[in-house]
Design a binder for this molecule. Structure first.
Ligand SMILES: [Cu+2]
Length: 271
C-alpha cells in the first residue's frame, strides 16, 4: 500500500507524486556519493594502516606539511559538496511553489489537530481530528494513530497549492509519500504544493514537536477522481461553515455565529 508506513520498512516511502519521485532521485544520488566516499576513505585508511605499521615502518615520518595533499583534501570535498548542492537546490526550488495550481488548500496546524480551508471552492473550512484507538473501525480501513475523521480531499493528478499557517505553536505538515513537508507557523503563511498521481489515501503526521499530543496529530490526504472531488465539495459546502465565520449553507441557523471558531463548531455539531 502506497501512502502509509509498513512494518520493517527500511527506505523512503514509495512515491505517489512527482515531488516524492524527485526526492527519491536526489536520495539515490546522495546515497551513491556516500557509498563511494566511504569506500575510498576506507581503502585509504586500510592502506595506511598496513603500509605504515610499526614492523614495516619503524621510524615514522616527521612531515608536517604537504601542499599538494592539503590542496587535494580541501578541493575534492568542496567539489563533492558542490555536486550535492546543485541537485539539492534544484529540488528545493521545485518544491517551493506550484507554477499553475488548480486548487488552493489552506492548512492550519493547531494543538492538536489540523484545520483545512478551501478558499476557491466556496471558502469552507473544517477540522480534521484524529480517531482515537477505541473508535477505530477496521472495516473502514482505519489505521491506528493515523486515521482522521475528515481527511483533506484533493482531485487526483492536479497541482494543489498548499498555504500553511499555525494558530498556536509551530507544527509541520508532513506527508511522506507526496513529498510534502512545510512548517505551519503562527503569524506567517508559507507556500508549497503537492500532486497525487494516483487515487489513494496518503498518511502523514505533524513532524515538528508541538506539545503533549504531538504524537497524535495525523494527516490524511485522500486523492479521488475529479467528479468525486466535486461531489465532495458540494457536500462539504453544506456541512462545513465558511472560513469567514458565516454558517454553512444549510437551513439558516437562528443565531449566526460571530466568530470563526463558533462557525466550525456549529458545523461539527450538525454532522
Ligand atoms: Cu506536532
Amino acid at each position: 500500500m502506497i501512502g502509509q508506513p509498513h512494518n520493517w520498512a527500511m527506505t523512503l516511502q514509495e512515491a505517489a507524486g512527482p515531488i516524492k519521485e524527485s526526492i527519491h532521485d536526489f536520495n539515490q544520488i546522495v546515497l551513491w556519493i556516500i557509498v563511494i566516499t566511504t569506500i575510498v576513505v576506507g581503502l585509504l585508511m586500510a592502506y595506511a594502516i598496513w603500509r605504515f605499521r610499526a614492523s614495516a615502518n619503524p621510524v615514522p615520518s616527521r612531515t608536517s606539511h604537504h601542499t599538494l595533499l592539503e590542496v587535494a583534501w580541501t578541493v575534492v570535498p568542496v567539489l563533492i559538496l558542490i555536486g550535492i548542492a546543485v541537485p539539492s537546490f534544484r529540488l528545493i526550488y521545485y518544491q517551493d511553489r506550484a507554477r499553475d495550481a488548480e486548487l488552493t488548500v489552506n492548512v492550519t496546524g493547531r494543538q492538536w489537530y489540523w484545520h483545512y480551508g478551501y478558499p476557491d471552492q466556496g471558502n469552507f473550512a473544517f477540522d480534521s481530528y484524529p480517531i482515537q484507538e477505541a473508535d477505530l473501525k477496521p472495516e473502514l480501513g482505519h489505521l491506528r494513530n493515523l486515521s482522521v475523521d475528515e481527511p483533506m480531499m484533493i482531485p487526483v493528478g492536479k497541482d494543489i497549492r498548499i498555504i500553511t499557517t499555525g494558530q498556536d505553536v509551530i507544527h509541520s505538515f508532513f506527508v511522506p509519500s507526496l513529498g510534502v513537508q512545510k512548517y505551519t507557523i503562527p503569524g506567517r503563511t508559507m507556500e508549497t504544493w503537492l500532486r497525487a498521481d494516483r487515487v489513494g489515501t496518503f498518511y502523514g503526521q505533524c513532524n515538528q514537536i508541538c506539545g503533549t499530543n504531538h504524537w497524535f496529530m495525523p494527516i490524511v490526504v485522500k486523492a479521488v477522481p475529479q467528479a468525486e472531488f466535486e461531489a465532495w465539495v458540494a457536500s462539504a459546502r453544506q456541512r462545513f461553515a465558511r472560513a469567514d465565520g458565516s454558517p454553512a449553507q444549510v437551513a439558516a441557523s437562528p443565531v449566526a455565529p460571530q466568530d470563526p471558531e463558533a462557525g466550525t463548531q456549529l458545523a461539527q455539531l450538525r454532522r
